[in-house]
Design a protein around this ligand. Sequence first.
Ligand code: F6P
Ligand code: MG
Length: 448
Amino acid sequence: MAAMETEHDKTPQSLSAKFEGSFAYLTIRDRLPTILTKAVDAIHRNKNNFFEQHGEEGVNAEKRAISFLSKLRNELQTDKPVLPLTDEAEDTAAWNDYMQRQQDLMEDKQPVSWFKSPWLYVECYMYRRIQEALLLNPPISDFDVFKEAKTQSFFESQQAVISLCTYLRELLTSMDNIAENQLYDKFLEFLQVSLWGNKCDLSISAGQDNSQKTSPIDSLADLRRFMLVDDSDKVWSALMALQGSGGTEKRGARVDIILDNSGFELLTDLVLADFLISVGLAKEVRFHGKCFPWFVSDVTKEDFNWTIKQTMAFNHRQISACAVQWKRFLKEGVWSYQDHLFWTLPHEFCDMQADAADLYSTLQASDLILFKGDLNYRKLTGDRDWEHTVPFGRALRGFHPAPLCSLRTLKANVQVGLQPGQGEKLTSQELDWMTSGKYAVVQFFCPP
Ligand code: F6P
Ligand code: MG
């Protein structure tokens, strides 16, 4: 009798870092070392600051951290085995357990090495090793090697920030008696601005300027043709379902935004959250960020607070008005920020319920979870070699704490939920359509 096919059998392999000529191979060989070099440079450039703050101890820590990272770069470039973490942080055991899981999967029993591992795992691992370099070297353990790149990207997007904040504030002052279809149009605009804000991450450009220069609202019409899946109407319906009707008391939605990048993208997320609250589409927004610097530009608590502070300091009426409002939302608990170590583990999100049950149950209380960006998409879908037509819900493999939506520009070799033939057509026209950041999806799933 033929063995019954299980769900597990149908799950394709993880995208691997090992095959030559693939985007992943090029990334590992070329982009990751560049990022490590930039991290070394950032530490070195701050030598005098470390001396001023901590004296000789600071300078010695700088030297040790640099030597650690240089050794790491060599391990990566020469495909050495992946080493267990030696710091004693809260997540060290989880990382080392995960490494053991990878080792157990190796059929030839060879040690897990940089090029012979799932790409998602080694890429995450590199950022955790950068953190290890700092954790092992107090007193500079809190230093953020990517901070300068993040602040620069924020300032380089100034014009776009001004036009977006002005657009929002002017809209909110002229919104009395707005019809539902007009509100829907505005909702689409802010959702799409937040979507395209995801073009501005710094890990794809290895830390080079990738900022937004033009008015984001004006670009939307041109960008529409690059949206491969657009479930915006389902997101709208999920929010509207909580509005009550015919005199029922309005409950209003709780929206959770799983943040991705600082700089312009974070601004677009704050503006979207402001819009949702101000027009009554949501009653609460929770932002989720990373516990330590991650994938160059991802938001940490420090970046979140810095961004709000910078908007306060802007000498521009509409931006200040936004900042005052955002401070008020935070003070009143209408907005809140939280982080969790699960977001900086290499795990696919379908592991969350077992490996981070507290976070999973937090998300279960949400009415809508917005996952920003490419890395979150890779973790939602397990970074597997899926057929493009596999439904998004199936690729989630049981991860559905609440209705969820991915807002993602494509930068990695995974894409599901396309129409038959859509992926093939794109491949015949542009080989790099999945990695160029030119295309995007708004992909929604609601648990049955
Ligand atoms: O393209 C390089 C890369 O590091 C991907 O591996 C990763 O998924 C992506 O950049 C990060 O993009 P985002 O900031 O949108 O998650
Ligand atoms: Mg990112």
